[in-house]
Design a protein around this ligand. Structure first.
Ligand code: UT7
Length: 318
């Protein structure tokens, strides 16, 4: 028994924040943001929206695309770094809001690699035969953990959610997954604050050594793609679509070059969304499925990288 992605969905909050609007409140410019990152705008969740609301909207789209009812879902895994609350998990809140009363539910925290980590875990759970309809959701509201005065971070991130529905299959759908972490590099990207005795201690905003993250991302992303290709006995020439984590168009370009996948075969959504962390890969998958680029039979190489430091790849036959 194998597992397969049978449908996708996504949700972006309505509010668009452009580079020019940002430049009115922080010392930056559209030109700097565009040339350094490829980002032109990002979405910002409304005050009354929670990460679970974004996740539910994306999940509903995936279920509708598959013609599967919420009551048939038996597993929900939410990859997020920005949960609604400390506990219960955002996945439990999604389960309730969705009406998926038969589903087990838990969150998985691997920052921007969260979706690939979650897909890898769910692949095994579904392929074991124990679960029939598993939702893997990446959902984030980074706008609430950014310091809007820190131009080195606040221009780069955005809010959104993407979801995939994973079901058992007689033929391989998830061809190979490979996950890595290096906790010794945790200082280059983190939110160091914590709640202690009812008080937030430390800064609860994103801190990032941009150039160090850039260097590490470019180094490891192509490497881990090569690992899953080798596991599946495929080469880069077999890849129909490269769907990398959407943090920076320069990192995406460098990964494609190192791997030998041309730009025409790479899905890039970062311009209008910014870096949506764990949501970026499922958002990009849904975009490319709905516009007809990703089609049944295609080989899709996903690769995530982010805080932890974590990185991983899932090679998928659509
Ligand atoms: O999901 C994973 C999370 N993050 C990432 O993948 C991000 C990885 N890193 C990057 O994408 C890039 O390193 C950045 C886009 C963050 C920065 O690009 P860079 O080419 O590495 O620029 P830099 O950090 O070396 O900064 C160049 C200059 C600095 O000024 P000085 O020291 O040269 O005078 C910065 O202070 O640009 C300045 N700068 C800005 N200027 C205008 C930094 N942020 C801004 C800004 N607007 N928003």
């Amino acid at each position: 028994m194998f597992s397969k992605i049978i449908a996708t969905g996504s949700y972006l909050p309505a509010k668009i924040l452009t580079n020019d609007e940002l430049a009115q409140t922080v010392d930056t410019s559209d030109e700097w943001i565009r040339t350094r990152s490829g980002i032109r705008a990002r979405r910002i969740a409304a005050a009354d929206e929670q990460t679970s609301d974004l996740a539910v909207a994306a999940a509903r789209e995936a279920l509708a695309a598959a013609g599967v009812a919420a009551a048939e879902v038996d597993l929900i895994v939410v990859a997020t770094t920005t949960p609604d609350m400390i506990f219960p998990s955002t996945a439990c809140i999604v389960q309730d809001k969705l009406g998926a009363r038969h589903a087990a539910a838990f969150d998985l925290q691997a920052v921007c690699s969260g979706f690939v980590y979650a897909l890898s875990v769910v692949d095994r759970m579904v392929a074991s035969g124990q679960y029939r309809h598993a939702l893997v959701i990446g959902a984030e509201i980074y706008s609430r953990i950014l310091n809007w005065q820190d131009r080195t971070t606040c221009v780069l991130f955005g809010d959104g959610a993407g979801a995939v529905l994973v079901s058992p299959s007689q033929t391989p759908g998830i061809l190979a997954t490979r996950l890595h972490a290096d906790g010794s590099r945790r200082a280059i990207l983190n939110v160091p604050g914590q709640v202690r005795h009812g008080v937030i201690e430390g800064d609860p905003h994103v801190h990032m050594d941009g150039p160090a993250v850039f260097k590490m991302a470019v180094q490891v992303m192509a490497e881990v793609c090569e690992e899953t290709l080798a596991m599946a006995k495929l080469t880069a020439a077999d890849i129909d679509w490269l769907v990398p984590h959407q943090a920076n168009v320069r990192i995406i370009d460098a990964t494609g070059r190192r791997l030998g996948v041309p730009a025409e075969k790479t899905i890039v959504t970062v311009a209008g969304q910014g870096n949506t962390s764990a949501a970026s890969i499922p958002l990009a998958l849904d975009t490319a499925v709905r516009d007809g680029r990703i089609r049944p039979g295609h080989v899709v190489q996903t690769v995530g990288v982010g805080g932890g430091f974590t990185w991983g790849s899932a090679l998928i036959r659509w």
